[in-house]
Design a protein around this ligand. Structure first.
Ligand SMILES: *[C@@H]1O[C@H](CO)[C@@H](O)[C@H](O)[C@H]1NC(C)=O
Ligand SMILES: *[C@@H]1O[C@H](CO)[C@@H](O)[C@H](O)[C@H]1NC(C)=O
Length: 391
């Protein structure tokens, strides 16, 4: 109170002793005192009961916060705060309850689809429960199946391992998101085949609440070794993940991908060929890292598309006609653990048990890479063995 009256006196002085004006000031002064008192009570309360949020913590409290955040948001850039907020808000939006949920099958191809007949066979009889999108990067495709005709989206050139690959995937997602009934967004290539009947695949993808993407912490040169310090602090080395590009995203995650320009920019600038002497491929790191940072519990940690890396070459095995048997497809379709190898000197196997809604189930719905010459054999196997049960 002493301070306030001194202050009042000094105000009085600067008013050159005008009592008239001082009288006019009185209500204002009274209110100021009331407000100052309230503020003190509030600050005292905050001191006793420290707030949870980190911003409030660092503004108000003297280190009494229960969980101090490693990077208080004062240090983040405007763009980073905005990105965090937008991505978090999207995650809070409840899924659209569509009366007619569909699966978007997004084919990222270079030209025509040599195995289109297999897919035609797979889709037949299930009209209205799927939609097809084709991005053929290098040449206008010729379609044989009515399910693919007229389904080409605007295409741009794609260079393997460059950001244009991610751009094409985002373009497919954006086009497929235009249809509000699409709930899962499966990315496939021209060498992919389905391993189960449509009914099984539909049930597996629609009745779940996760995205299927693997997210590997690979300490080797083809994993963490591709990380560039230039991504710091927005992307930390501990968050850097690797995945095969063949994902299936739930709608929420698809929206997150097309909304994100902040982390995308980091990858387009610093995850590329010849970056500080490393070759980084955005399509193998951007999606996995993004979801690891924003929604780790929302992804399965395995991909529903099987690829055979057992030959440990730079490229996965391509199945030729003599390899293709009913046994082969049955074996792949029944695997219930996903095995990935790290790129360390002694390739370590990372085994993920495939838990579908908490129950162990076969991991794979699709497989690649199948050479065009396998078409006839595959058609034969499909028409004789493909069952259409549910998982
Ligand atoms: C996937 O792995 C992350 C750890 O990286 C974990 O937090 C998450 O729960 C896992 N997802 C599922 C569905 O188990
Ligand atoms: C998905 O649903 C299961 C129950 O079916 C629940 O335990 C889990 O937390 C959900 N996961 C997400 C990411 O919402």
């Amino acid at each position: 109170m002493k301070k306030v009256s001194a202050w009042r006196r000094s105000i009085g002085d600067t008013m050159s002793g005008s009592r008239q004006r001082l009288r006019l000031m009185r209500p204002i002064l009274t209110w100021t005192i009331v407000l100052v008192s309230f503020a003190s009570i509030f600050l005292f309360g905050v001191y006793i009961h420290p707030p949870r949020s980190s911003i409030a913590c660092s503004v108000f409290s003297s280190g009494g916060c229960a969980v101090p955040e490693q990077h208080p948001s004062q240090e983040l850039s405007d763009d980073q705060i905005a990105a965090r907020v937008v991505l978090k808000e999207i995650l809070k939006i409840p899924p659209i309850q569509s009366k007619n949920p569909k699966i978007a099958f997004m084919f990222l191809a270079s030209g025509s689809l040599p195995l289109e007949e297999i897919w035609d066979n797979f889709f037949r009889g299930h009209e209205g429960r799927f939609s097809v999108y084709v991005h053929s990067s290098n040449e206008q495709p010729v379609h044989v199946s009515p399910y693919f005709k007229g389904r080409d989206i605007r295409r741009e050139k794609v260079v393997w391992g460059e950001i244009s690959m991610v751009d094409a995937e985002k373009r497919l997602l954006a086009n497929a998101l235009l249809d509000p009934d699409n709930q899962q967004f499966v990315l496939l290539s021209e060498s992919c085949i389905p391993l189960h009947g449509f009914q099984y695949v539909y049930h597996y993808l629609i009745y779940t609440n996760v995205s299927f993407i693997d997210s590997i912490l690979d300490p080797g040169p083809a994993g963490v070794g591709r990380y560039s310090e230039r991504m710091f602090p927005e992307v930390k080395i501990d968050d850097f993940r690797k995945a095969s590009q063949w994902f299936s995203l739930k709608r929420q995650h698809a929206v997150m991908v097309i909304s994100d320009s902040f982390y995308y920019r980091k990858f387009s600038l610093y995850c590329r060929r010849n970056m500080d002497g490393q070759h980084c491929f955005s399509d193998e790191h951007y999606f996995a890292t993004l979801f690891h940072m924003t929604d780790p519990a929302g992804i399965s940690n395995w991909s529903v598309t099987h690829v055979d890396w057992s030959e440990k070459n730079r490229h996965p095995k391509t199945y030729m006609a003599p390899d293709v048997t009913h046994e082969l497809l049955k074996n792949i379709a029944s695997l219930d653990e996903s095995i990935k190898f790290t790129s360390e000197e002694k390739n370590r196997a990372m085994v993920t048990p495939c838990l579908w809604n908490g129950k162990k189930r076969p991991c794979f719905l699709f497989a690649r890479k199948f050479h065009p010459e396998t078409l006839d054999k595959l058609m034969y196997i499909f028409s004789n063995h493909m069952t259409s049960s549910t998982p």
